[in-house]
Design a protein around this ligand. Structure first.
Ligand SMILES: Cc1ncc(COP(=O)(O)O)c(C=O)c1O
Length: 355
């Protein structure tokens, strides 16, 4: 039956999303969803959607949402692109800018595992740059790559972030190449590089409503950059799917952007909980990387990440680990609510004290 598959499809190793288990008893800390409920203002905007808005196609350009994002970032509307999750914005960026022989992007060795999939799907691969000893992004080696660069800031799954000044140095190391900074985890303490857009037309920043605004179910992300980069993304969108953002998602996301009080309070709760989770894990003997995201990467001297994932799963607690060599010791735990974190720490404490 695979006789119709192209060679690319046969070779492709698709991205594996984290398990989306349902159930009231499950503590789900495996896919970095926000610990809190989204803004009530945003939810109400969705409920208020008219029947007429459902009968008709949505605005293909998500104009209201685009304008709301532009206003909140101090950019022009032609510097904003909205997509179906930042995964789609990144996939479009790959299609538009990162898939010919002259434009093979370098990515950090430990990073978001979707990047190499797009590299494979679109046929030109990626160059992986080894991490520094403390699992940071190696700026000097990234700068030495002549082609485009793609990395998350903060990085995933390490949670470590580069300063805006470090990203500026990278941009200046070669003004010709495109630098894509994936800010999926913005809003949890890392410095955003969006203020650099006015000076660097080779900078594309991607963002997500999934993490910062607790709207992973909505599937909305966006790209910010020079008008020419944004036009490139629009050309791909309009050659692929004119209406990627449905009417409900446009209404909810536009309202979410305007609810600054929710955003400030929710971000502050995540920072507080992240510190409590880090301290709790450290007191159980874990090595925990300093994170500016809504997750922490932790390793225990006696258990692999995979072993801990299985042990916790038997107790209805989902966390994430990987089978790649560099990540074997590590387990990634999403910052949860106060109670969820107490349950995780209690479960780990019980397991560790039993042997
Ligand atoms: C680094 C990174 N970038 C992008 C995404 C995609 O986010 P979304 O498509 O939900 O906006 C994720 C999701 O986990 C991520 O970890």
């Amino acid at each position: 039956m695979k006789r119709h598959w192209t060679d690319t499809l046969k070779r492709l190793a698709p991205y594996t999303p984290g398990e989306q288990a349902q159930g009231p008893d499950i503590i789900k800390l495996n896919t970095n969803e926000h610990a809190l409920a989204p803004s009530e203002v945003a939810v109400s905007a969705g409920r208020a959607l008219s029947i007429e808005a459902l009968r008709r196609y949505p605005d293909p350009n998500s104009s209201v949402l685009t304008a709301a994002i532009a206003a909140s970032e101090g950019l022009d509307v032609d510097q904003v692109f909205v997509g179906n999750g930042s995964d789609e914005v990144l996939a479009f960026a790959w299609t538009a800018f990162l898939c010919d022989d002259l434009n093979v992007p370098a990515i950090p060795e430990m990073t978001y595992t979707f990047y190499p999939v797009w590299g494979q799907l679109l046929g030109h691969g990626v160059e992986r740059i080894p991490m520094t000893e403390d699992l940071g992004i190696d700026i000097a080696s990234m700068a030495a790559w002549e082609g485009p660069l793609v990395f998350p800031n903060p990085n995933a799954p390490t949670g470590r972030a580069l300063s805006r000044a470090a990203v500026k140095d990278l941009l200046e190391s070669n003004a010709e190449r495109l630098v894509v900074v994936d800010e999926a985890y913005f809003g949890f303490g890392a410095e955003s590089v969006v203020p650099l857009i006015k000076d660097y037309d080779n900078l594309l920043v991607t963002r997500s409503f999934s993490k910062s605004h607790a709207l992973a179910g909505l599937r909305v992300g966006y790209g910010l950059g020079s008008a020419s980069l944004i036009e490139g993304l629009r050309r791909v969108k309009d050659s692929f799917n004119s209406y990627p953002i449905d009417a409900h998602a446009q209404a909810v996301a536009s309202a979410a952007i305007s609810d600054i009080d929710w955003f400030t309070q929710a971000s502050s709760t995540i920072k507080t909980n992240r510190e409590a989770l880090t301290n709790g894990l450290q007191s159980l003997g874990f090595d925990v990387l300093p994170s500016l995201a809504n997750f922490v990467l932790a390793a225990h001297p006696r258990y692999s990440g995979e072993a801990l994932t299985h042990i916790l799963k038997r107790r209805n607690i989902l966390v994430r680990s990987w089978s790649s060599e560099a990540l074997l010791p590590w387990v990634r735990i999403t910052v949860g609510t106060h109670d969820q974190q107490l349950s995780v720490l209690a479960a780990l404490s019980e397991v560790l004290s039993a042997d």
